[in-house]
Design a protein around this ligand. Structure first.
Ligand code: EPZ
Length: 425
């Protein structure tokens, strides 16, 4: 098995291109099923979650051509109503295929997506919203069977601005008859990108960027071939900002979108960084050991993103002073703490609250990632630790980061992929 080996102590300097957004491209790939033709998507990240989504599309009849970071999806001949179980268990966000497949085929079955290490991740808001659009959903034997004679536009009120539920209901509404009004929608940049992608394909959507999306159903024939370029991944951008805040140095994050990073910029500023945004990206400069951050709460966008909670916990673990983090979105997003403690961090968890007391130094250790963003946090911890850190189970990290080692090597970090001893025999 491959693992990551980091030798800490280097500052980061240089210029790196930020990959396309994982959480934008996954719903956009699902949305390409709405059109019985060809959809071209540029700047797709080459990561295992995208590979998984491509496999699913091919299993249900799509032809997908890859030209480096461009994907060309031909969804003209769908031939299955069943999302293959192996992919649902690997990637729970495959649940957002319900909406487009109901729009296209009026029938879809999918195994119940389990929770994962960050929480139970129920889908009640997805089910409730789709039922409002005249979908019958039968949940039995760990299977969801969804069918409709005709998708009917309706008013849908989300009790929580769930990203996935917003996407699923939006995708089902595109080909519904009549108008759908979705209230209390998620406003993450990925939702705006999905809406722009859908408009570009011929869908009729109003209220983008507000709490309410209004979708006027169109006919299949109104949708057409289209091309779309995905913006830079804001969570990868934020991960590298946390890394520079921790190690010190000066890095230009090419492609980073300032408008998506306001809350994160505010945090790194308080940690002592100087940032400068240009149309080409964001420059971040850290000259000293990071300051602590009094109180960091994760919230739905535009609040501080839950996906950056662990990376910033790692950076704050060596800050001057104590920081308090409150994880409000997922109920089990502190799995990485055990590994950070093994590296000498001083962190206390009390329910949703993490008290991070800054220590002068972490020490290298053998650690393991249990989920995607916790894995990225361990890379950051390794960059600042004294000595060598070996990070195992890096397949989680590869779900969302194209080449975290390559990126950080370009910035001067002493980091590389290694093979486990056993593999070398
Ligand atoms: C998306 O997950 C992202 N994944 C997550 O990124 C991200 O952390 C999350 O949004 C919040 O921003 C993708 O876009 C592929 P939610 P999603 O529905 O859609 C509860 C990463 O690291 N909830 O907004 O699953 C849920 O349990 C991943 O890239 C219900 O109770 O997030 C959670 O507590 C991790 N019922 C909260 O809402 C539902 O029906 C937020 O979930 C749906 C959600």
């Amino acid at each position: 098995m491959t693992y990551i080996q980091v030798t800490g102590g280097k500052k980061l300097h240089g210029d790196i291109e930020i990959q396309g957004s994982k959480n934008a491209v996954l719903p956009i790939l699902a949305a390409s099923l709405l059109h019985n033709g060809v959809t071209t998507i540029h700047h797709c990240p080459i990561i295992s979650d995208v590979e998984c989504m491509i496999r699913i599309l091919e299993c249900i009849g799509c032809k997908v051509k890859k030209e480096h970071s461009t994907l060309i999806v031909d969804a003209s001949q769908l031939n299955s109503y069943r999302i293959p179980d192996e992919y649902v268990s690997r990637m729970r966000s495959s649940i957002i295929l319900l909406g487009p497949l109901l729009g296209r085929q009026h029938f879809v079955t999918i195994s119940y997506p389990g929770g994962c290490t960050i929480g139970a991740r129920p889908i009640d808001l997805h089910v409730k919203g789709l039922r409002r659009l005249n979908v019958d959903i039968v949940e039995a034997n760990e299977l969801l069977t969804c069918m409709t004679t005709k998708l009917q536009g309706n008013e849908v009120n989300l009790s929580f601005p769930s990203v996935g539920a917003t996407e699923n209901i939006l995708l089902a509404a595109v080909l519904a008859e009549g108008t759908t009004c979705i209230n209390n929608v998620a406003k993450e940049p990925e939702i705006e990108e999905l809406c722009r992608f859908l408009q570009n394909m011929g869908a009729k959507i109003k209220g983008i960027g507000t709490d309410t999306l209004v979708v006027e159903g169109v006919k299949q024939a109104d949708l057409h071939d289209s091309e779309f370029t995905v913006k830079a991944d804001r969570i990868v951008t934020g991960t590298y900002m946390a890394a520079v805040a921790a190690t010190g140095g000066k890095v230009f994050l090419r492609g980073a979108v300032k408008e998506h990073m306001e809350e994160v910029i505010q945090v790194v500023d308080q940690m002592g960084c100087i940032t400068k945004a240009t149309p080409e990206g964001i420059l971040i400069n850290q000259k000293a050991r990071p300051n602590a951050y009094d109180l960091l709460r994760t919230k739905p966008y535009p609040g501080f993103p839950t996906d950056l909670q662990s990376p910033f916990m790692a950076a704050l673990s060596i800050a001057k002073g104590n920081s308090i983090l409150i994880e409000n979105i997922f109920e089990a997003r502190y799995k990485v703490v055990k590994e950070l403690l093994a590296m000498g961090a001083n962190i206390e968890i009390d329910g949703k609250v993490a008290i991070v007391r800054g220590v002068n130094a972490l020490k290298g250790a053998a650690v393991r990632s249990y989920e995607l963003r916790g894995g990225a946090a361990l890379v950051i911890a390794g960059l600042v630790a004294k000595g060598v850190t070996n990070i195992h189970s890096i397949s989680y990290i590869q779900r969302g980061y194209e080449d975290i080692c390559g990126d950080l090597q370009k910035l001067g970090a002493n980091i590389l992929y290694r093979q486990e001893e056993a593999d070398q025999e």
